[in-house]
Design a binder for this molecule. Sequence first.
Ligand code: AGP
Length: 609
Amino acid sequence: MCGIVGYIGKRNAVPFLLQGLEKLEYRGYDSSGIAINSSKGIEVIKKQGRLGVVKNIVESKPDFCSSLGIGHTRWATHGSPSDLNSHPHVSSCGKIALVHNGIIENYIEIKKNLIEKGFDFKSDTDSEVIVQLISSLYKNDIFSAVKKAVKILEGSFALGIICKDNPNVLIAVNKDSPVIIGAGTNENFIASDIPALLSETRIICRLPEKQIALIKATDFELYDFDGRMTQKNFTTVNWEVNAAEKNGYDHFMLKEIMEQPEVIKATLSPRISGPNLKLDNAVFSKEYLKNLNKICIVACGSAYHVGCVAKYFMEKLLRKTVEVDLASEFRYRCPIIDKNTLVIVISQSGETADSIAALREAKLKGARILSIVNVIGSTIASESDDVLYTHAGPEIAVATTKAYSAQLIVIYILGLYLAKSTQKINDENLSLLVKKLQNLPYQIENTLKYKEEVFKLAKKYYKYEKVFFIGRNLDYAVCMEGSLKLKEISYVHSEAYAAGELKHGTISLVDENTLIIAIATQPELVDKMISNIRTVRARGAKILVITSSLYIDKFNQVSDDVISVPEVSPELSASLAIIPLQLISYQIAKLRGCDIDKPRNLAKSVTVE
Ligand code: AGP
């Protein structure tokens, strides 16, 4: 996810471009830049790093001004963060500058064609392909060139475009990526999101899907991709700026919980084409897979909990040993690792010191390193042999939600890919599971619809000071994540426990002041879970069960409350069971007056051991 802005009007564009980008840094901040159409032509200032780097350069150039400009703050998806990969991108002819938010899925073939036509490229990005494509179609009519280009591009693109020959026109395009037009007096604005506009105007027009805006200082027109003019619909925004950055939610955490369906679609879609799965650039030879003796997963915190789900998921599929280690423990146990071990490092930030240390230890022992990371070009990504990126976008809340869910998706894809490559799954079962994977975003959407019901249960239970999350098999791994969510944002002491293990001592802590949150989605373990719940209920505990819609009646008989999630393959149930746990932790923390997005003592990325 990136942020784009644009200005055309009576004032100097630069101040708005900079402050607008500042308001959009929550969408990405690994690099930024602005371009203006001045008397000298197209001028660009763009740099890797935070926006302040660009600001300092602008301040050193007092004559860097114009009434027309565009800007961009980047969350890298193609090409690591660097000056060259930052936006705006300029066509080889120097006449057209462009900023882009989204992913172009056919950029490789377009780039190949343009190179054959003599175009040279400076960056590794898919976005530069767009501006060069428009340039290749430009015959002194920028609108016509853009219209032709959008019919060739596949994927998602919110664009801001300026052209040296057209100093009175700002062009915006929306296809599967938002662009909002802000209407001013003798000036108009564009931005990816409302926060960038609120300091200038509250009158907005959302550029509809698959449309182009031709914007002048005093007015603008909208056109569909066939060039037909369309109607403009204006609305007035009454959000405060702070609320707008959270898309109207009270906290980034809730916004990110609600983003999960889109994030999962973004993580899934580049890796599924028909019945086939793609692992980006990772290739596992038959020889390698034949000699593969085990998989070792190392991670911390929530990423470790994804590894625990992965163990159950992968071992059942691959019939190969899958070890899971806390990264901080891994290298001190003299792990048995060699060139036939695949070490998977999972990390949202890609900068967690414990995980980096574990990666380097495994590499020293000759293992192949595959990492699952959310930040392009991060340390873990750059030191791995293969990287599978989650497309969760920037995760602002310290407590991870959407990145955790995206990591699960990558694990499912990796596991199924390896199972297919080692003939451990037939085409029919693979196709069935892929279809269920593709249905997950919609099932999560349906689960999120019951947010208010879950919040009511949070109200009922938020004063409990002693909470046990219990489950078996995959559900136990989900309990670990549910317990961490509750602890880290509400400061309530809780513990994840294998349901079958409580009776071996810890049940002595269970009394009428105890809340038991039981996860029960595994069909063959439902009856065992019912007897475990009866045991703790007999000691006075309150019981909240998260289960599949198939077992509501069974658990209603032994619990105080039941939250059901849509029925899904047991192997994929973690992706649904975690949703109510994220929501209930969020609401309990809110009711307890905690700082949800920035919990005490915590940092988003733990870069110390
Ligand atoms: C999870 O909500 C926490 N923020 C924390 O446990 C986190 O998962 C852990 O520090 C690992 O971070 P990473 O995924 O960036 O490596």
